[in-house]
Design a protein around this ligand. Structure first.
Ligand code: NAD
Length: 489
């Protein structure tokens, strides 16, 4: 699998019904390298007819039973092979990811390896999806079965394009479902390249079990969400998209898993290790140029250590060189697109007009990097809780800092958000750590570390951060239906 690395433009195809194909009307969309604005590929712009073909192929693949009725241990072995191919191709895929998304090669590599690890984890669960026997009155035998949900559509965002796709593919395949994947229009290349690698390796996945369709979210994403032959929809994306997908899915009462936005807070107390916290706070907001649902975009800090921590963060930012993701030593790449950067800067300036003190950053980067979508790491202090910098997801490298004086005030501030994905607490007081773990209104809490997750732990949002669970054994619930069986003896 040889891909461009030197600006050779590629005309990529979709993978439908086991064939690599163009859209039925031949329309294509441009894909660019956000670090320099150059065109690097085109992908098919699927039509509603292509969606229909894709859904019917997925339905036939599910109904022909070759996957759902396969010995589940054998499904697990095939998933192990997929993990092995993903590890083997990780460097190549990471180059593609870095070039298409703007993120650093190092970040892309660790994400893709994480995706392979997720496949390993779920491969071991494929033969452990069990029902129960249930004691009932009288001369009866009663048991439950957990059976595969069916055709699942996976609508993927642009910020972790391959890793988030693999995160939901793995439990779906383990449960015996079929997959229709739709990558984000800005970043389709790593998923297509991964599918090419899986097909070339001939891992034993029956035809039509996994398909990749490319095109506009508003057209084909919407059509998948509203299709009566799609049995489950998994969306990772923004809150407005989540609402649109859920409304569309409600037409057929199709179940959804929604992993949406976040406004994570790192809450730092006086007894925390300030130097270590400064590093983690930077990591939590400047990694992937802040384009993360679980970014720690709010810093709530005790007044006694506020100045010391802000100073340590400013010092730490000097260790975050910015540049093209493939360049040696770079820690922050470009944002995904100039359009997105313009939105981040607009929100930042609107927030600053509502108050707050700009300590560092705040600008697009000019000079040698002018043709890319680069932006300075930005820190704003004295952000009040009604400022949009405190309440809204900017999805860029912008840290909003707010002071607190008591534990109660910190808890109230942290929970003063429509979102509830990940929050971090920095303290050596064990009781306080547990109080926060219990009372923070978020699906994930991290103590003295930020951010962290594993394939075996739940990735889940409360409030407007989403519905359902990714990763962990709990993710399998979505991909299986429960059947209750009663037998009169
Ligand atoms: P987005 O909502 O714009 O797009 C996500 C996907 O949905 C894309 O593939 C897009 O084409 C598709 N889409 C757009 N409109 C659609 C519609 N009407 N119907 C069906 N599909 C449609 O999100 P994005 O800008 O790609 O990603 C950023 C967002 O994703 C942020 O809000 C971020 O917080 C969130 N996110 C959440 C998680 C999580 O696990 N909670 C992880 C990563 C990103």
């Amino acid at each position: 699998m040889e891909w461009r690395m030197g600006n050779i433009m590629q005309a990529k195809k979709m993978w439908i019904a086991g064939e690599w194909c163009d859209s039925e009307d031949g329309a294509t969309a441009d894909v660019i390298d956000p670090s320099n604005g150059e065109l690097i590929a085109t992908t098919p712009k699927a039509t509603l007819g292509d969606v229909e073909r894709c859904v019917q192929a997925s339905k036939s693949a599910f109904n022909d039973s070759s996957w759902r009725k396969m010995d589940p241990a054998q499904r697990g072995r095939i998933m192990q092979k997929i993990a092995a191919v993903t590890y083997a191709e990780a460097k190549n895929l990471a180059k593609i990811e870095s070039q298409n998304n703007g993120k650093t090669f190092r970040e892309a590599l660790s994400e893709i390896r994480y995706g392979a690890w997720t496949f390993e984890y779920f491969s071991g669960l494929s033969d452990k999806i069990e029902g129960s026997t249930i004691p009932v009155p009288g001369d009866r035998f009663n048991y439950s079965l957990r059976q595969p949900l069916g055709v699942t559509a996976h609508i993927v965002p642009w910020n972790f394009p391959l890793q988030l796709a693999l995160r939901s593919f793995a439990p779906a395949l383990a449960a015996g479902c079929t997959i229709i994947a739709k990558p984000a229009s800005w970043t389709p290349l790593s998923l297509i390249a991964w599918a090419e690698a899986i097909e070339a390796a001939d891992v034993g996945l029956p035809s039509g079990i996994l398909q990749v369709i490319t095109g506009s979210g508003g057209l084909i994403g919407d059509a998948l969400a509203g299709h009566k032959d799609v049995d489950g929809i998994v969306l990772t994306g923004g809150v407005p998209t989540g609402k649109a997908v859920m409304a569309k899915a409600s037409e057929n009462l199709t179940p959804v898993t929604l992993e949406l936005g976040g406004k994570g807070a790192n809450i730092v107390f006086q007894d925390a290790n300030i130097r270590y916290a400064a590093k983690a706070v930077c990591f939590g907001i400047f990694m992937n140029a802040g384009q993360m649902c679980w970014a720690g975009s709010r810093l709530l800090v005790h007044e006694d250590v506020h100045d010391e921590l802000v100073e340590a963060i400013v010092t730490e930012i000097a260790k975050w060189p910015i540049g093209p993701g493939m360049s040696e030593g770079v820690r922050m790449g470009s944002l995904v697109h100039q359009t997105h950067r313009a939105e981040v800067l607009e929100k930042l300036n609107l927030g600053l007009s509502q108050g707050g003190k700009l300590v560092i950053g705040g600008n697009a980067i000019s000079g040698d990097l002018e043709s890319g979508a680069f932006m300075e790491p930005t820190v704003v202090t004295d952000v009040s809780t009604d400022n949009l910098l405190f309440q809204e997801e900017l999805f860029g490298p912008v840290l909003a800092v707010t002071k607190f004086s008591t534990e109660e005030e910190a808890m109230a501030m942290a929970n003063d958000s429509d979102f509830g994905l990940l929050n971090g607490v920095w303290t050596t007081d064990l009781s306080r750590a547990h109080r926060f773990a219990r009372d923070l209104e978020s699906g994930m809490v991290s103590i003295n570390e930020y951010p962290v997750t594993f394939p075996q732990t739940a990735f889940t949002g409360w409030k407007q951060s989403g519905i359902g669970v990714e990763q962990s054994k709990d993710a399998l619930n979505f991909y299986t239906k429960v059947k209750s069986v009663n037998i009169k003896l």
